[in-house]
Ligand binder design. Structure first.
Ligand SMILES: [Co+2]
Length: 416
């Protein structure tokens, strides 16, 4: 396609030229943008809004690799190998079986969020935003039982709410110009979950907050590695995060790492798999290990830097620490709890879900049953996590794989 001047012509036209469909023009613009940013991760022909499955965009089923980083203090890698040699070694690597699945999920994430960034605007309802992200995810990943689908409910936490809010049925909250919105969504292929989040604002006064958190997350990603102690990562994240401050409406606020929120490791179908990556200094000397997958996420706040559970719950997940036998031995005296548990097991397994996902399955009058499952420890509830009202929390998050020879930031895009 043409050069810059012809592309600006395309932009300025309200009506497509005769014989050229709107989709073709959108694709042409996407291609222009692609060559401009020189980013090989952008697919060649995606529609707007996105509808083409990723498997169709990569017919040979080799999905783009994420950002490759050397491990910290690994000078041998820096000096000994050039990019081609690293590529060759990667091919020999038997290490990480689900890597291509994870890359496919990551490509879905990048394409869905590219659309989300355009779609999300003040005036939209939280419900329409969640549905837009989830519908696009289902199409692009070709949702199919436990083989591919949504990794967890779309987090759309606002302002002082740091995490775990997604609308329930009847929610009529509308996004406002002055809001700070965290968009946290997940995609899985064969249980390999890509967990990645970003923050959107519509007023440049929040820029410093976003810059701090983006910097802190990238610091955590850089610091991560095989044999690295979790406490050391937390300390580095905090140091970077808290080197920032922000002036809002004439008052200066320090930006604090939210001390009781953490990154986490991810196992197949299990979003939080036991290890926590702190974002403040602490004394957890547990080490990261080869072939582990981690979600590195940081939260910066103008408030206390401490969250508490507050508000109506939307997020749930079946406990991954109980065996089916242990679950069967728990007497459930509410019949609805039993049928609901059957539905949860069949549709989500241990993947997190929200009330809207139960609604779309046709489940009705399930709140008492759900509460019974939560009370019996079979299902864990995840209520919204909130700092003090009036404060602002931002979040950025990436999923990384600790491959034997290098670290892969699978969810990296040209946006964050
Ligand atoms: Co996460």
């Amino acid at each position: 396609m043409g050069d810059n001047s012809s592309s600006s012509e395309v932009h300025s036209k309200d009506q497509p030229a005769e014989g050229v469909s709107k989709v073709e023009i959108i694709d042409a613009i996407a291609e222009e943008n692609e060559s401009e940013s020189d980013n090989p991760k952008v697919a060649e022909v995606q529609t707007d809004p996105p509808t083409i499955p990723i498997t169709k965009l990569y017919p040979n089923q080799n999905y783009p690799e994420g950002e490759i980083q050397q491990y910290p203090n690994d000078d041998t890698m820096k000096t000994k190998f050039n990019k081609d040699e690293i590529k060759r070694l990667e091919k020999q690597e038997i290490g990480f079986e689900g890597l291509n699945d994870m890359r496919r999920a990551a490509e879905v994430h990048r394409q869905v969020r590219r659309h989300a960034r355009e779609f999300i605007k003040p005036g939209k309802t939280m419900t329409s935003i969640a549905e837009s992200i989830e519908n696009a995810t289902r199409l692009l990943v070709e949702e199919k039982g436990f083989e591919a689908g949504i990794g967890f409910p779309t987090g759309l936490s606002l302002n002082h709410v740091a995490a775990h809010y997604t609308p329930n049925a009847g929610d009529n909250i509308v996004l406002k110009q002055e809001d700070v919105l965290k968009v946290d969504f997940g995609v899985h292929v064969n249980g390999r979950i890509v967990d990645s989040a970003f923050t959107m604002t519509f007023d440049s006064k929040y820029d410093k907050l976003l810059e701090a958190v983006r910097d802190a997350t990238n610091t955590g990603v850089k610091a991560a590695g095989i044999d690295v102690r979790l406490c050391d990562i937390g300390e580095q994240i905090q140091e970077v995060m808290e080197s920032y401050e922000i002036e809002l409406n004439g008052k200066t606020y320090p930006i604090k790492s939210v001390r009781n929120l953490c990154g986490h490791n991810i196992a197949p179908y299990i979003i939080h798999s036991g290890k926590s990556v702190p974002i403040v200094k602490n004394n957890d000397t547990t080490r990261m290990e080869e072939n582990e997958v981690f979600a590195i996420e940081t939260f910066g706040s103008t408030g206390r830097g401490l969250v508490v559970e507050e508000g109506v719950c939307s997020h749930y997940a079946k406990s991954s620490s109980l065996t089916q036998q242990q679950i069967n031995s728990i007497p459930l005296r509410v019949p609805r709890a039993k049928s609901l548990l059957g539905s949860i097991t069949k549709n989500f397994g241990t993947l997190p879900f929200c009330r809207r996902y139960l609604d779309r399955l046709g489940e009705e009058k399930y709140l008492l049953g759900l509460k019974t499952l939560v009370d019996n420890g079979i299902v864990q509830d995840y209520p919204p996590l909130c700092d003090i009202p009036g404060s602002y929390v931002a979040q950025f998050e990436h999923t990384i794989v600790l491959r034997p020879g290098c670290k892969e930031v699978v969810s990296r895009g040209d946006d964050y």
